[in-house]
Design a protein around this ligand. Structure first.
Ligand SMILES: [Zn+2]
Length: 392
């Protein structure tokens, strides 16, 4: 069902005269489809550079190529983008950080760390809608023409050109550079937030979910700050997106003026779509070594779905953090995992490791043997057999 009554289009800034003339004064559809710019113009130059970057991205080893998940996220972007659908190309990037970005040529990156953090389809729609907002309002063109932003963009262009032949999407750092090339102004972010939330409501999702995306991230960052005093320092997204707390409050207030929390957030549908990937994304998340954020995230996911897999990975986060009491916390989570569905066999290996460290060789031996019985051909099976052979 199409209900195109919320969308109020781009209103932000002076350079948007061409786009904004396409809009009704207060309400109307998104701006019309964007034309490819003239090759000789500044925007045309940027497009041709981005087209080359996109070709590299298509070959990147970080792309998640699962056709079903790609079709799902692309389909959602398409539904939100309306007539812009043919111009938007979604790329799923396997990286554990919360990040999504839209380039002015329609190249939309969504990172798996973001997908893991979404509670439901409505939240993913809010993020995609935000990026579509930047795109349809041509914020990047404003950045290109704004003297203050030119330096940062120039650095990107210099690096991208400098990396020609190497493959600028070859490393994760370069991918991050490509994703974060436009540090939008606060006004642009507010406008993209508003459009994203309007698209969410327009598609029939509860608009409050847009605010929850940011509340959840704020909770993770606070947990990290409490743990390490290092809040968000490695978050690529927050380097270019200001003050999540303020934005979440603005979106919660706006949701109250829309249809609030009514609508179907499509929680179960979203869980089904990402189910086959969650295990990999949990493992990737552990490798970030941001245990404050990771534990806060896993505890939140546990409240949604208390299964053996989530319990196991929460236990892993404690085991790897290895602070006072974490060994006991990990063992507690492993025990809970064992009694629930979807407990990974690796739980027995991890439990064996902790028991071995604690000097409980009999228990460790039993755990390792159980692991080998479940995963006889595991990559580390030989190592575990050697532990057993050497008497632990
Ligand atoms: Zn943004």
């Amino acid at each position: 069902m199409q209900r195109r009554h919320f969308i109020t289009g781009c209103a932000c800034c002076g350079l948007l005269a061409r786009a904004s003339t396409l809009l009704a004064a207060s309400q109307g559809p998104l701006p019309a489809r964007l034309q490819q710019p003239e090759p000789g113009s500044d925007e045309g130059g940027l497009w041709s550079l981005l087209t080359r970057e996109e070709e590299r991205l298509k070959r990147s080893r970080f792309l998640l190529r699962d056709p079903a998940l790609n079709a799902y996220v692309s389909g959602l972007a398409c539904r939100l983008g309306g007539e812009h659908c043919p111009d938007i190309r979604v790329y799923l990037v396997r990286s554990p950080f919360f990040n999504a970005s839209m380039a002015p040529n329609g190249m939309l990156q969504v990172w798996t760390g973001l997908l893991l953090r979404m509670d439901n389809e409505a939240q993913l729609a809010a993020v995609l809608g935000h990026e579509i907002g930047h795109y349809v309002c041509r914020h990047s063109l404003e950045q290109l023409r704004d003297a203050k932003s030119r330096t940062a963009l120039g650095q990107f262009l210099g690096m991208a050109l400098g990396a020609a032949g190497v493959g600028a999407a070859g490393s994760l750092a370069q991918l991050a550079l490509l994703a974060g090339m436009f540090a939008y102004s606060r006004e642009h972010e507010r406008e993209a937030d508003r459009i994203g939330q309007e698209l969410v409501a327009d598609a029939g999702y509860p608009p409050i979910e847009a605010a929850k995306v940011w509340q959840q991230l704020v909770a993770e960052l606070k947990a990290e700050a409490e743990w390490s005093g290092d809040a968000g320092s490695r978050s690529i997204f927050f380097a270019s997106h200001p003050d999540p707390e303020e934005r979440s409050q603005a979106m919660a207030s706006r949701a109250a003026t829309m249809n609030g929390d009514t609508g179907d957030a499509a929680t179960a549908a979203y869980a089904r779509q990402i189910h086959g990937h969650r295990r990999q994304w949990f493992e990737d998340e552990l490798r970030r070594r941001k245990t404050g954020e990771t534990i806060a995230l896993f505890e939140r996911l546990l409240r949604q779905s208390d299964d053996g897999e989530t319990r196991f990975f929460l236990g892993e986060a404690y085991r790897l953090r290895a602070a006072d009491g974490d060994g006991a916390r990990a063992l507690g989570e492993y025990a809970a995992a064992e009694s629930r569905s979807a407990c990974p066999p690796e739980m027995f290996r991890s439990r064996g490791m902790l028991q071995r460290q604690a000097g409980d060789t009999a228990a460790a031996s039993a755990s390792f043997r159980h692991y080998l019985s479940l995963r006889p051909a595991a990559e580390d099976a030989e190592m575990i057999r050697s532990y057993l052979h050497e008497g632990l």
